[in-house]
Design a protein around this ligand. Structure first.
Ligand code: ZN
Length: 354
């Protein structure tokens, strides 16, 4: 349940104040509690295998009002069960997959939660719980988690690229997220890396974006094109029943098994990603670039993941200034799927500490 290198603490051994982090996804909402050092707290639940849990999960309701009530009830249950006094609680960090209009507090068109558009979720949750709530974009929250207690802990700045079905990006500079004028700062998955008229189509409807090449969908589409041109051990594994989302896994196993075309697809992914990263380096010169999500080819634990990371660095080095290449740390994120709720809680903490 818990990501690597994180130890679950009980309330009595933790350091107050406590913060709740909420990570809202398209189908489920995760709620977890951390202490003042970002340690995840044992919430008093066990999973199917009997392991202690750090998050409780509820279903994402399509009606935002019902969702707000359910979240408020879950917060109340958690605080009561763990016997956390009001003076030991700092507030709730609410991570959502969209931006918010800061003047009205209304959510701006969440792509995966269309019925939540224009709903003042942050204010509503605060009203229902009578607790302070801070809004954060989920990609920024994940980046903040890595900045606070993850791979970038101790660094002054970072950009986190989470490579999944799409590419989520968060940028932190000096402890602050880069939100931009209307909340679209750090949408690095939509940086243009190919200006050709027939460049790959991105999920956003435009062509040539980083996400169209390096997300799971992008890798799957490039694989489909590649197997039509050249024989490889990938082709027989793709049947009419194979879903696009299963293809990156096939590429991973075939590359590990020594298939030349599969390895070429992995190395090309590293090259495209590096092209995007170089633009980021030349724009903000962050101390650290972190890669997370399922499309890191097994990450730190896998020899293929390590080879992928080495290739990303090599391709970056070939395209940037020597001083930047010598200074920047390019590594894997460590908090995994916990980054969102830990970072959201951390962003609430930083509001309190202001
Ligand atoms: Zn795009």
């Amino acid at each position: 349940m818990l990501s690597d290198r994180r130890t679950l603490h009980t309330v009595s051994e933790a350091r107050p104040p406590f913060y709740i982090g909420v990570d809202v996804g398209g189908t489920s909402i995760k709620l977890g509690l951390v202490d003042d050092f970002g340690n995840p707290i044992d919430i008093g639940e066990t999973d199917a295998e009997g392991n202690r849990k750090n998050v409780t999960v509820i279903k994402t309701e399509s009606d935002p009002r019902t969702a707000a009530v359910l979240m408020a009830e879950t917060v109340s249950v958690l605080l009561k069960r763990l016997n956390i006094a009001k003076q030991d609680f700092g507030g709730i960090g609410l991570g959502l997959p969209c931006t918010m209009d800061k003047t009205t507090g209304k959510l701006r068109r969440p792509p995966n939660l269309p019925t939540w558009a224009d709903f003042p979720m942050s204010d509503e949750l605060s009203k229902l719980t009578a607790l302070p709530v801070t809004f954060c974009n989920d990609a920024n929250a994940a980046a903040y988690g890595e900045y606070w207690v993850g791979s970038a802990s101790g660094q002054t700045s970072l950009a986190l690229l989470t490579l999944g079905t799409g590419i989520g990006t968060g940028i932190i500079i000096g402890g602050k997220t880069v939100d931009g004028a209307i909340g679209y700062g750090g949408e690095c998955g939509h940086m243009i890396i190919d200006s050709a008229d027939d460049a790959l189509l991105c999920g956003c409807g435009q062509r040539g974006h980083l996400e169209a090449y390096c997300s799971a969908t992008g890798v799957a589409k490039r694989t489909m094109h590649a197997v039509m041109r050249r024989p490889s051990s990938i082709q027989p594994k793709i049947t009419p029943e194979t879903r696009l989302s299963d293809i990156p896994k096939i590429v991973y196993f075939e590359a590990e098994g020594g298939d030349e075309l599969a390895m070429e697809i992995v190395m090309d992914t590293a090259k495209y990603l590096a092209i995007g990263i170089v633009s980021l380096l030349h724009t903000i010169d962050p101390a650290c670039i972190l890669l997370g999500g399922a499309m890191t080819f097994g990450g730190k634990k896998s020899p293929l993941g390590q080879r992928f990371l080495t290739q990303v660095f090599r391709e970056v080095k070939n395209r940037t200034f020597p001083a930047i290449a010598e200074n920047v740390q390019i590594d894997f994120a460590v908090l995994g799927s916990d980054a969102g709720y830990i970072g959201a809680a951390g962003m609430m903490r930083s509001e309190v500490k202001k």
